[in-house]
Design a protein around this ligand. Structure first.
Ligand code: GTP
Ligand code: MG
Length: 141
C-alpha cells in the first residue's frame, strides 16, 4: 500500500462539499489515515506551492488557498498517487472527465476543489508539511 496527500480547497469547503467529496474518495477505495481542517497562512501557502513561484498565477493561487479553511488528509491505497489523480480529474474542470471530483465539484481552473500529490516524493513532503507523525494512523508505518 502507498499513500497520497490531498486538500479539499477553500471553494469546496465553503460550498459544503466536504461530505460528498469524502464519499467519492472512500468509494474509490482510499483509506483515510490522517485528516484535519486548518487554514493556510500566507507563508504556508507560498511554501506549499513553491514549485509554482514563477508562474503568473502564483499570487492569485496563494490568495485563493488562504481565503478560507481547507481539509487536508493522507490517503492509502495501492498505486495511491496515480489513482487519486485519475479520481480528481484534470486541473481545469472544463477538461476533467465525467464523474471525476473536479468535473462534479470544481468551478474553474483556479477554484478547482481539490489537490492531489503528483509523485510519491511530493506526497511524502506534503504530508510532512501538514501532519506530525502522531497525527497519522496507519498500520503501514
Ligand atoms: P494541484 O493538485 O492543486 O497541485 O493541481 P494540479 O497538479 O492539477 O495543477 P498544478 O499543480 O499545475 O497547479 C496547482 C494549482 O494552481 C491548480 O490546482 C490551480 O488551483 C492553480 N492553477 C493552475 N493553473 C492555473 C492557471 O492557469 N490559472 C490560475 N488562476 N490558477 C491555476
Ligand atoms: Mg500539482
Amino acid at each position: 500500500t502507498n499513500r497520497t496527500f490531498t486538500m479539499l480547497k477553500p471553494d469546496a469547503v465553503n460550498k459544503g462539499y466536504i461530505g460528498a467529496i469524502l464519499e467519492k474518495i472512500n468509494a474509490a477505495g482510499f483509506k483515510i489515515v490522517a485528516m484535519k481542517m486548518t487554514r493556510l497562512t500566507k507563508n504556508g501557502a507560498q511554501e506549499f506551492y513553491k514549485i509554482h513561484e514563477e508562474r503568473p498565477f502564483f499570487n492569485d493561487l496563494v490568495d485563493f488557498m488562504t481565503s478560507g479553511p481547507i481539509v487536508s488528509a493522507i490517503l492509502e491505497k495501492e498505486n495511491a498517487v496515480e489513482d487519486f489523480r485519475v479520481l480528481i480529474g484534470a486541473t481545469n474542470p472544463a477538461d476533467a472527465a465525467e464523474g471525476t471530483i473536479r468535473k462534479l465539484y470544481a468551478g474553474s481552473i483556479e477554484n478547482n476543489a481539490i489537490h492531489g500529490s503528483d509523485s510519491d516524493e511530493n506526497a511524502a513532503i506534503e504530508s510532512a508539511f501538514h501532519f506530525s507523525g502522531r497525527e497519522v494512523f496507519s498500520e503501514d508505518i
